[in-house]
Design a protein around this ligand. Structure first.
Ligand code: TXA
Ligand code: MG
Length: 349
């Protein structure tokens, strides 16, 4: 199949292209689209066959449920059986935006979409292109990240092309995404609600609206033996081809340890990469050094993380060494993804 790439301008959306993309979805086809978090792989969420195609294109295990994307609040009640008041409060505050909530599903949502679960994940993305596509496609669009399963999520249409060219009908290219890490997932079927995956909507932001919120133990605990509650979080995810190690500790020692470890591997003939920050980038030498952003504003780190991991793949890197970040605010999402990419290889100094 030939994958059509259509560039879309948010300020002046070409509705003919949106309609064409919507009709692909209605016929059961696949269209990748930008959201504020990462690119999604769109399909009709109410069509079991379209879900099967989604799993095949991504090479994703079919017990890993998809998020249903909506564009109008009233559509939530069509797919969610029981919407607690706290969820309505969160929807009013954070939708459209990088928040996914889990509910008991209604009968219109096929098990193909929910990976066999009785619950459904729902999100209203804050991206005009995404919302226009959802409406054109019938209102309910499943959207896993538009990457091959196991690779870093795509933050540009180019990343989607690299993974899915020839496997999907269309890519809507809306440029680079804003946030760069996937949405926060909150399970609203438990009380208190529980964060299953950290994202740009932080625990503090949620608690300000609805009081106590728990965090799934698997989110930051590297050694946890109990499986995470979001099935997708158990897979070796977000992973680059190189072996990634995260070095934690006081910044000075982190820099010298990384420099030493990378230097040793270079001497053995390996290609090494270093994930540095604006504050430290000038202090490294001899490796493939990439600046991921500034410690002053960790949203810059979030925005660059997946793109940098992909660049290291393209460079044929064998070993990557990364500084670690404060797990505050969006830093919690950054550290969650970084530690998963590292397969929890962490050196504490
Ligand atoms: O930001 C995002 O959420 C992006 C964009 C495209 O919207 N989408 C995304 O989808 O990250 P995906 O499929 O890559 O990740 C969905 C996660 C998986 O870890 C999955 O296991 C979990 O959500 N999930 C989905 N439905 C669930 C459910 N009913 N119960 C528990 N976890 C669920
Ligand atoms: Mg994903």
């Amino acid at each position: 199949m030939e994958t059509k790439v259509e560039r879309i301008n948010r300020e002046q959306m070409n509705m003919e292209i949106i309609r064409e993309a919507g009709s692909i979805l209605k016929k059961g086809g696949l269209v990748a689209f930008p959201t504020e978090t990462v690119y999604g792989l769109g399909a009709n969420a109410l069509d079991e066959k379209a879900a099967a195609k989604t799993y095949a294109a991504k090479g994703r295990p079919s017990d890993n449920p998809l998020i249903v994307h909506i564009a109008r609040l009233e559509d939530l009640y069509e797919v969610a059986e029981h919407v607690p008041e706290k969820a309505e409060t969160l929807a009013r505050k954070f939708w459209p935006g990088p928040l996914t909530m889990i509910f008991e599903k209604t009968s219109i949502v096929p098990y193909g979409t929910t990976g066999g679960l009785e619950t459904v994940a729902v999100r209203m993305p804050d991206d005009e292109i995404a919302r226009a596509l959802i409406l054109a496609g019938g209102g309910y669009v499943s959207g896993p990240s538009a990457n091959t399963s196991g690779r870093p999520s795509p933050t540009t249409a180019g990343h989607v092309m690299d993974d899915l060219n020839g496997k999907i009908e269309m890519i809507l290219d809306g440029g680079a995404v804003h946030i760069g890490v996937e949405s926060t997932i909150v399970d609203m079927t438990s009380e208190p609600p529980m964060i299953l995956r950290p994202g740009a909507v932080t625990k503090e932001m949620l608690e300000k609206e609805i009081g106590q919120v728990l965090v799934d133990h698997a989110v930051l605990d590297a050694d946890s033996k109990t499986p995470p509650k979001a099935p997708g979080m158990k897979y070796r995810h977000y992973a680059p081809k190189a072996e990634l190690t995260v070095i934690e500790g006081e910044l000075e020692s982190v820099v010298s340890t990384i420099q030493k470890m990378a230097g040793e591997k270079e001497e053995q003939g390996y290609r090494t990469g270093i994930i540095a920050t604006e504050e430290t980038v000038n202090r490294y030498s001899g490796s493939n050094i990439k600046c991921i952003g500034t410690r002053e504003d960790e949203s810059t780190v979030a925005a660059n993380l997946y793109g940098i991991l992909r660049e290291f793949d393209a460079d044929g890197t064998d070993y990557i060494y990364s500084e670690s970040f404060d797990a505050e605010g969006i830093g919690s999402a950054v550290m969650n993804r970084l530690l998963k990419a590292a397969g929890h290889r962490v050196i504490k100094i």
